[in-house]
Write a protein that binds this ligand. Structure first.
Ligand SMILES: N[C@@H](CCC(=O)N[C@@H](CS)C(=O)NCC(=O)O)C(=O)O
Length: 209
């Protein structure tokens, strides 16, 4: 199957999808949005995702998929031989989906709260307090995720899956010392994702300097 279009911009949530597509060798076109010049607010992009956020993936049939876990699991199921997730219905897949949902609902959400703090309070004076609570919340949930990595280097052992690509993406937005102190095994997972030879170009494009 060909013809996916990924809407995103470097170092954003689209990185998790871009890395997964490259790892799985699934052909796609990257629609790089010029966010600094209002590309998320244009009528054209609002028609793609009314929430005005990335990533959004246009399926070859023209339909749009948003939300990172939905996109990753769709790609895994549509391309079962690409190894983006364990087989549906297995206990491994249940754990994959559990921790993918966990990272999305807790860590990704808290990172947004940390960086877009003014959206999460009507009281400008409380911005520093909301930000500081988000920081602690991130650390607590990174540690819980790290505790689920029993064998390593990836969540479920030797094979990296979609959940690992989201985990790597989230760590790139955080201070490496914060990640290391919250969970050394998660820091190790992120390095293992980034060290994969065939991902070097896409990783470099999406790693903040
Ligand atoms: N729940 C969404 C979150 C997407 C999201 O917050 N994306 C950020 C980039 S990492 C974004 O588009 N921010 C622009 C904005 O919200 O104005 C998902 O899983 O895709």
């Amino acid at each position: 199957m060909t013809g996916y279009v990924l809407y995103g911009y470097p170092e954003s949530g689209s990185a998790a999808i871009e890395v997964a597509l490259v790892a799985a060798e699934i052909p796609f076109t990257f629609h790089n949005l010029d966010v600094d010049n209002g590309a998320l607010e244009t009528a054209e992009f609002q028609a793609v995702n009314p929430r005005g956020q990335v990533p959004a993936l246009k399926h070859p049939d023209g339909s749009i998929i948003t939300e990172v876990p939905a996109i990753l699991n769709h790609l895994a199921d549509a391309h079962p031989h690409c190894g983006l997730a364990p087989a549906p219905g297995t206990s491994e897949r249940a754990q994959h989906d559990r921790w993918l949902a966990f990272l999305h609902a807790n860590v990704y959400e808290a990172v947004l709260r940390y960086y877009y703090t003014e959206r999460y309070t009507d009281d400008p004076a409380s911005v520093p307090a909301v930000k500081s609570a988000a920081f602690s919340y991130i650390a607590r949930h990174l540690a819980l995720f790290g505790d689920a990595i029993t064998q390593g280097p990836f969540l479920l052992g030797d094979q990296p899956y979609g959940v690992d690509y989201l985990a790597w993406t989230l760590t790139t937005w955080l201070d490496p010392d914060h990640v290391q102190s919250a969970s050394p095994v998660l820091a190790h997972l992120a390095r293992a994702v980034a060290d994969q030879p065939k991902l070097q170009e896409v990783i470099a494009r999406n790693t903040p300097s």
